[in-house]
Write a protein that binds this ligand. Structure first.
Ligand SMILES: [Zn+2]
Ligand SMILES: [Zn+2]
Length: 253
């Protein structure tokens, strides 16, 4: 198996080989359907015009962690303890049909949603604070090897591949590893989330030293996972870490 296949998981590898052709053929005969209401829509769209307003943009974001409705320029939490990443940014609020689509991608093998979801990712070439002095490298938030085998693919890696492809930026699936299996963060409070992922990641110094890393995930909630990843990347010598995700979920206490 090629390195990319191994890192993206066996399901996506199969899809790219045989099933991708089938998907392309099915695309020609089966109409694309709106994730919100199942209406027939334009190919590679996620929502019909009636459901599109259900996609809500993050407003008044903290310039550091990207939390919505923060006092300018930074939220109180970032003011008190600056996070280990330079900036985290997700353009959409997690909820409604977007949440449904992300869950389908994550747990329902709905990799046909990659293209429309990929188009909702923030662009790599704009909207970021400051300049990227060092060469950019896209790095997905990794799954543990056991999780990857169980789920069949890493949705963050698939999204990162979409982002890298669009920006023509290099991507490295081996730069960051999840060396300890972690519980799902869903349902955990802020402190429990931090403890759950503390020390779970290890970065490869030869791959990240001196680079400006763009860490990609599907959803940011408290930023605990992003912070744990960023700490590992900075320890391995990364020049800077920036976090990009699709959606921002409401943070638990
Ligand atoms: Zn709709
Ligand atoms: Zn903040």
């Amino acid at each position: 198996m090629a390195v990319e296949d191994r890192e993206l998981g066996w399901r996506s590898a199969w899809r790219r080989r045989g099933a991708e052709l089938t998907t392309a053929l099915l695309d020609l005969v089966l109409p694309t359907r709106c994730v919100g209401c199942n209406a027939v829509i334009e190919a590679h769209e996620l929502l019909c015009p009636a459901c599109a307003p259900a996609l809500v943009a993050v407003e008044r974001a903290c310039r550091c962690c990207g939390a919505a409705d923060a006092p300018a320029p930074r939220c109180g939490r970032c003011e008190a303890t600056p996070p280990p990443f330079g900036r985290a940014w997700a353009p959409w609020l997690y909820g409604g049909p977007l949440a449904l689509a992300i869950r389908q991608l994550k747990y329902g093998d709905a990799t046909y949603l990659l293209r429309p979801l990929g188009r909702l990712l923030p662009a790599l070439d704009g909207g970021t604070e400051g300049s990227r002095a060092a060469p950019v490298l896209v790095v997905p938030v990794p799954l543990h090897r056991d999780q990857l085998v169980r789920r069949g693919y890493n949705q963050a890696a698939l999204l990162a591949r979409e982002l890298a492809r669009r920006a023509r930026a290099p991507i490295d699936y081996r730069a960051l590893l999840r060396v300890r299996a972690t519980r799902p963060q869903v349902g955990l409070g802020r402190g429990a989330r931090e403890r759950n992922v503390a020390g779970a990641f290890r970065a490869c110094p030869e791959r990240v030293r001196g680079r400006h890393l763009v860490l990609v995930d599907d959803v940011i909630t408290t930023g605990a996972t992003a912070a744990a990843c960023a700490r590992a990347l900075r320890r391995a010598g990364a020049a800077a870490v920036e976090v990009l995700a699709l959606a921002r979920a409401e943070s638990p206490r």
